[in-house]
Design a protein around this ligand. Structure first.
Ligand SMILES: Cc1cc2nc3c(=O)[nH]c(=O)nc-3n(C[C@H](O)[C@H](O)[C@H](O)COP(=O)(O)O)c2cc1C
Length: 233
């Protein structure tokens, strides 16, 4: 059995008090405000969201792992959130081999069930993506396609790297995320081999990239918290 899921740690209840406060916002605001108020009330004091940093490349000699470790290092100074690394190399998935679409949630393969358990327990994701021929990697796209509900109503941010920052790969991922009901934040990191890698090989991000990453993480954490409430229904 995997670690406790976020949903098992958060209890959302309705009370007359919160409904009364929320009702002052008008009909459309009631549900949102109620959820927000109750969320604050029922979160344990030591609760924090858990965000996954996904290494999106698998090839020998990849730069993806160094980029993901830099993200984790920068994120480790935060007390409001726990970050964990998930490496696609630890989850070898064949080209999608499930007979049913992921939205059916019935997985035939043990590799799929294991991947599902891994992804399901996170509240948000930071995708570390290379750019291969103007898109993300085939390995990452394949891994995403294996699942559906596990991605729903969660937050995602993107750290791209490549010759020109992998902006096209990230745009593709934003389209994919829309179909998965995965909310993508505006903040983005675009690491370029021209400016953020010494001799195009060793990662040395410019100082402005640290600010960009901080902004991205702020947004992912905020939306991860907010969407944990949405997942309570
Ligand atoms: C098959 C392939 C296609 C690539 N296409 C692009 C590209 O379209 N744009 C770009 O900026 N870099 C491109 N690159 C360079 C990669 O972004 C760069 O090699 C990066 O380090 C790949 O990530 P990885 O090292 O984690 O595999 C390509 C590299 C490969 C191997």
């Amino acid at each position: 059995m995997g670690a406790p899921t976020r949903s098992s740690r958060i209890r959302v209840t309705s009370t007359n008090e919160s409904l009364l406060q929320a009702s002052s916002l008008g009909f459309s605001g009631v549900r949102t405000a109620t959820a927000r108020l109750e969320y604050r009330r029922t979160l344990p004091a030591d609760a924090s969201v858990v965000v996954d940093v996904i290494v999106g490349s698998t090839r020998p000699g990849r730069h993806g792992e160094a980029v993901a470790r830099w993200v984790l290092e920068q994120a480790s100074t935060r007390s409001d959130v726990k970050f964990e690394l998930v490496d696609l190399l630890d989850h070898p998935l064949p080209h999608l081999d499930e007979p049913l679409p992921a939205s059916a949630g019935q997985y035939a393969g043990e590799h799929t069930r294991r991947w599902s358990e891994t992804i399901d327990r996170f509240d948000g994701y930071v995708f570390v993506t290379p750019e291969y021929n103007n898109a993300t990697s085939g390995a990452l796209k394949n891994a995403i396609d294996y699942l559906y509900r596990e991605w729903n109503n969660k937050a995602a941010g993107f750290v791209g790297y490549g010759v020109v920052g992998a902006a096209r790969a990230v745009e593709h991922l934003r389209l994919i995320a829309a179909e998965l009901q995965l909310a993508t934040v505006r903040g983005q990191v675009a690491l370029s081999f021209y400016t953020d890698f010494e001799n195009s090989t060793v990662l040395r991000p410019e100082p402005r990239q640290i600010d960009a990453l901080g902004e991205l993480l702020d947004q992912v954490v905020a939306w991860s918290n907010a969407l944990a409430v949405v997942r309570q229904g």
